[in-house]
Ligand binder design. Structure first.
Ligand code: HAM
Length: 412
């Protein structure tokens, strides 16, 4: 029989990773609640048409990474590669855009057919925040501060640095793209093969190329900040001074362009040196034309997403809460009495393990291995006398207790 295998680039979340996943989700869900974001959960697939245009026809995601398939009625569906567009689609579909701004939060699986490597999966989980309907740069700052506080709450802020850039307004971007195409055309023969294909279609992406031959050419590339409008300059200054005022440090990286095509004005990434080449833990920015492109009103938006797998890789181990008690029944007749005890203890939020077995030796061995403190043994004499034999497996003492005495002992 052939070995059963996991699909390449996917992973099971189990054991410590799952504990950490739940921890991260709990921390961010609580933050979303008191930062006043509304959670939404959208379907994991959308109509392919919804995603293609706003993500950019020449973006890597659309060209190479989408999991698209034909439905039985011949319509094309795509597993969501990111959450911003589905969230905006949901806001439009559910008429959420009547009172602005709308603040949305979502956690879920995304799918991209990228080359798998450390920190890069084909199915991964993202945390996502979006503010729809405010042009104010304070919304950008609010989101960056939220991201920073999230990393702080997870105690990994010291392993992370923040980079900012502004892509200016939509005019600046199209003007700058032409300037870049002209510049890169001059060095066409020296660029990496991948970058050559982007000179016309997506020259911004050559800016963040990691190929050594491109890095050299990028040393003298025209900088985007020379082409900002007055308003773009002002907005970027405001974002920087707002986040500085709360003590967040950052650097401006004019080559930071992000991988998706819908951004303008502020873009930012929280990065780390701990994860190798997949070093962006949180990425986001402003996307003022996107809601309209999707078919909604002409309102601005800004947001970020964080890959939970990458966050988990930076966290220390967490300890699972161990059961406090193992209940052991020693014959068939005591099973009912034992199960009643298990139920009563669980109602009092005491974590109990019960194996449904009647092998006292094996159960005790298991309890010892799992470092469970108390074993409660239930047999004929316990049922007759309505009491419990309680073994403290740590100090090897044993007591016979009534139910009330047992509860007092466990709760202390
Ligand atoms: P993104 O940079 O494509 O942005 O992804 C955001 C984060 O998701 C990354 O920084 C990384 O932590 C994680 N991530 C992305 N791809 C993978 C992968 N293959 N495996 C593991 N983790 C991954 C967006 O998705 C935008 N929608 C963010 C946004 C929200 N911008 C505005 N609002």
């Amino acid at each position: 029989m052939s070995k059963i295998q996991l699909v390449r680039g996917t992973h099971d979340l189990i054991g410590n990773d799952l504990l950490l996943y739940n921890h991260v989700k709990k921390v961010i869900s609580e933050m979303a609640e008191y930062y006043d974001y509304n959670e939404i959960i959208t379907p994991i697939f959308e109509n392919s048409e919804l995603l293609k245009k706003p993500l950019g026809e020449y973006s890597d995601v659309v060209l190479k990474e989408m999991y698209s398939f034909e439905d039985r009625n011949k319509s094309s569906l795509t597993l969501r590669p990111e959450y911003t567009i589905p969230m905006i689609r949901a806001a439009i579909t559910n008429n959420l855009l009547n009172y602005l701004p709308v603040k949305l939060f979502g956690v879920g699986s995304m799918f991209r057919r990228e080359r798998p490597q450390k920190g890069r999966y084909r199915q991964f989980n993202q945390i996502n925040f979006e503010i729809l309907g405010t042009p104010e740069s304070s919304a950008d700052a609010e989101l960056i501060i939220l991201a920073y506080e999230f990393l702080k709450n997870l105690k990994i802020d010291n392993k992370i640095y923040l980079q900012l850039n502004s892509l200016g307004d939509l005019n600046t971007i199209s003007k700058y793209k032409n300037i870049l195409s002209d510049y890169y055309n001059k060095y066409k023969n020296d660029l990496s093969n991948e970058s050559k294909t982007k000179i016309v279609s997506n020259p911004l992406r050559i800016l963040d190329s990691k190929y050594p031959e491109d890095l050299k050419i990028n040393e003298n590339v025209p900088k985007i900040d020379e082409y900002y409008s007055k308003n773009a300059n002002k907005m970027f200054d405001q974002v920087q001074s707002l986040i500085s005022s709360v003590g967040i440090t950052f650097s401006v990286n004019n080559n930071l362009v992000r991988g998706l095509d819908y951004y303008c004005h502020t873009v930012f990434e929280f990065k780390t040196d701990e994860l190798g080449s997949q070093n962006t833990v949180i990425g986001g920015g402003r996307y003022d034309g996107l809601v309209k492109t999707i078919g909604g009103p002409d309102i601005p938006g800004v947001g970020w997403a964080s890959g939970i797998e990458r966050i988990i890789m930076m966290l220390d181990k967490v300890d699972k809460i161990k059961p406090l008690v193992q209940v052991i029944t020693i014959d068939e007749q005591s099973k009912q009495f034992g199960l009643n005890l298990v139920i009563s203890l669980r109602k009092l939020n005491i974590k109990v393990r019960y194996d449904h077995k009647i092998n006292i030796k094996k159960s005790l061995k298991h309890a010892n291995e799992e470092k469970i403190k108390f074993a409660i043994i239930v047999g004929e004499s316990e049922i007759k006398n309505n009491n419990y034999t309680v073994k403290n497996l740590f100090d090897r003492t044993q007591l016979i207790l009534s139910f009330e005495e047992l509860l007092n002992a466990l709760q202390s």
